[in-house]
Structures are given as C-alpha cells and as structure tokens.
Design a protein around this ligand. Structure first.
Ligand SMILES: Cc1ncc(COP(=O)(O)O)c(C=O)c1O
Length: 384
C-alpha cells in the first residue's frame, strides 16, 4: 500500500521535487497586493487594509465582529485575558492540539484540564465533557467550580482538529447549561461549517490562524471572531496597547498588548481571501482522492461526516503505532513530508493537566494518526 500511496502523492503533487505537508499558494496577485502596501508605506499596525480584512472575515464567518491579531496564539491569549481568566482558574481544553492552545491558557496563569476527544472527528468529546462536569464540578451563583480544587472553570476551549468541525453545538449547549464561557480554537478551521454555522462562531469568541501552513495565510496572523460589540471593542482596545484615542497624547487605560495585525500582513490576507473558495474546492478534491485511495484498504481519515470541513490537513488513522512509524519513515525516505499528530499536551511536563482524567481516545488517535501532504497543488487545474 505504501508504494501506491507514494504514487498517488507524486501524481497529486507532480512537478514538486520535495512534497511538503502544507505550503502556501501564491501568484502574482499576492505580490502586487503586498508591493502596493509597501508603496503606500502603511506597513505596521495602522492602515486601511486591516479593517477591510476584518470586515471580510466577519462577513464570511457571519461572526458580527472580527479583530485581527499578530497570530492565532495572541488571539487565544487575548480572548482568555479579556474574559478575565486568571491564575486561580481552570480552563477546559483537549490534549490533542497544537501547544499554542495550552500555552495561551498557561500565559493567563490558569491551569489546563484536558477532556478526551471523540472519534472520528478527533476533537473534544461532549460526552466526556459532561461526565467531568457532573462528576467533579458544581454550579454556584452562575459560576462553575471544580469541587476538589475549588478553582473556577473559567472557560472551555475546544479545538477543531485538522479543520474537522468538533461536535460544537453539543459542547456549546453543555457550556451554556454549566455557565462556562466557550472560546473555540478554530485556528485550523477557516471555511469549516457545522449546522449551518462557521466554526468559531458558537461561543463568546472563536479564533482563526493565518500562519503560513493554514488554508490561507497572512504570513503570520490571527483573528478573533466575536458577536458582542462591547467585547469586540474591548478586544480591539487591548490589542492596540490599550491606547486611549487622542490626536497627540500617548495615554493608555491599562497594560494592553501589542497584538494588532500589521497592515502589510492584512494586504496579503485580502489577496489570499479572494482565492479561499477555490482553495476550499481544491482541498475537497484532495480529500476525496485520499478517501477513495484508503477505503479499499480499510483505513479511515479523521473526519466529521455530519459537517462541512475545509479539509485543511488530511489525517489517516493507521492500524497500529508500528504501522504509523513505518509510514512516516517510508514517506520521509521518498522526500514526502508527513507528520504525526501533535504530541499530546498532557504528556508534556509544563502543560500537565491540573486534574488527571484518563484520555484513552486521545492516546489512541495520537498513536495511529499520520497527517498527509494537503497543500493546494502547483498544478491545481485538474480539480477546477
Ligand atoms: C490548533 C491551533 N491553535 C493555535 C494555533 C496558533 O496559531 P498561530 O501559529 O497563528 O499562533 C495553531 C497554529 O498554528 C493551531 O493549529
């Protein structure tokens, strides 16, 4: 099977000497947009392209508001900070995620607690979430408290793994019933929808990443999606050093952050955004090719069949840890970049969970998952 898989990848990415996991896709349009921004000299955190880019995202995701940030990690940290998460708190999240999810929680001083994932979508399991809350937590005056540690559960941060929507409507309902603010880590999920809503719009806020490896990029960049106007204004204020508007004086209302996306990056984002529908349809085509290939061998891809995924990063589930290692090694020997899923956060010393909960599905998926090359091919016309 490995040889046939290599042939499929070489045909998907024909003309590319080394096949990467996910590289960006640019044409003359991006070069022109960035060059125009440079000529206009508004390259830093003030400029017209930032607001334009925010509006495009708010309209596309139907989020009401969108606040552009320097990256997705900053977007997560700022969201948690603005909701008042602090060092006495617990934040619920999943262990199968990029470290940024856990790091943003640690940066507020709070402690993460990891809830197991559900399969086949690989994201936070609503059943495991509810079980943890019913067994270990109580509500007191609209605050959720972890009984043993007496810490407040200040937020819940599920992540849409590999762009596959989590069972987010169920998670949102549980969070509502338990008075827990929901912040979605939708860093990988731009263009993913479930139950008619864009990922990142089910809670108080949700974040996107435009890192170079995402479905579209601003070089580095992120976005907070949020419905509440007052919160949106506060997020923007905090992201721009909390400076009080004034034509002359540099006065600040509190210790703000320098988290605003530069105009230069926003100009790249606007050019990339025009191609998003095409990227989404090409990536659906790549997903279908992988699915068709693996089906006869009995392998599944991480997927939520009840949702519309952006298919950002196709991830196959192998039969065993040994087979996963063999596939990674085989592809490496053929200059094809594939990766295991993120090393589970609960196994990393600095990210350890404040409450030990068994995470059998997380450990199971990590031991078998291999993310496969999923870039938009240089020769993408075959999918048009
Ligand atoms: C799940 C997840 N969360 C957060 C981030 C952080 O985004 P950024 O790299 O833009 O800081 C990323 C990606 O990079 C991610 O994959």
């Amino acid at each position: 099977m490995f040889e046939q898989l290599k042939d499929l990848m070489q045909s998907l990415y024909s003309g590319e000497s080394a096949i990467s996991l996910h590289r960006p896709s640019f044409t003359q349009e991006e070069e022109s947009a960035v060059a125009a921004c440079v000529r206009g000299s508004f390259v830093s955190s003030v400029g017209p392209e930032i607001q334009k880019f925010e509006q495009l995202m708010a309209d596309f995701c139907l989020s009401g508001h969108a606040i552009a940030t320097v990256n997705g990690t900053a977007a997560l940290h700022l969201s948690l900070h603005a909701l008042g998460v602090h060092s006495e708190d617990i934040v619920l999240t999943q262990s199968l995620s990029f470290a940024a999810t856990g790091h943003a929680i640690l940066q507020t001083g709070a402690k993460p607690v990891y809830i197991d994932i559900a399969l086949p979508e690989g994201s936070m399991c609503p059943v495991a979430l509810l079980q943890f809350l019913e067994e270990e937590c109580k509500q007191q005056e609209n605050i959720c408290i972890h009984k043993a540690s007496k810490r407040r559960i200040a937020a819940c941060v599920p992540m849409h793994s590999f762009g596959e929507p989590a069972k987010i409507a169920e998670i949102a309902e549980i969070c509502r019933n338990w008075s827990i603010p929901l912040i979605e880590d939708a860093a990988e999920a731009l263009g993913s929808f479930t139950q008619g809503k864009h990922c990142g719009t089910f809670g108080i806020c949700g974040i996107l990443s435009f890192n170079g490896n995402k479905i579209m990029t601003t070089g580095a960049g992120g976005m907070i999606l949020c419905k509440d106007e007052t919160l949106a204004k506060r997020l923007k204020h905090l992201s721009t050093t909390a400076k009080i508007p004034d034509p002359f004086e540099f006065r600040h209302s509190e210790a703000g952050f320098n988290y605003r996306l530069p105009n230069l990056n926003a100009s790249l984002g606007i050019a990339q955004f025009k191609k998003l529908p095409n990227f989404l349809s090409i990536k659906k085509g790549i997903y279908k090719e992988y699915k068709k290939f693996f089906q006869p061998f009995g392998y599944n891809l991480v997927n939520n069949p009840e949702a519309q995924s952006n298919h950002w990063l196709n991830t196959v589930i192998m039969n065993s840890a040994e087979e996963k290692e063999e596939l990674l090694q085989f592809l490496k020997e053929h200059d094809i970049q594939a990766r295991p899923a993120w090393y589970p956060l609960h196994r990393q010393q600095h990210l350890q969970s404040a409450v030990e909960i068994p995470l059998p599905q997380t450990d199971w998926l990590y031991s078998r998952a291999v993310s496969l090359p999923s870039s938009v091919p240089l020769e993408a016309r075959r999918y048009d």
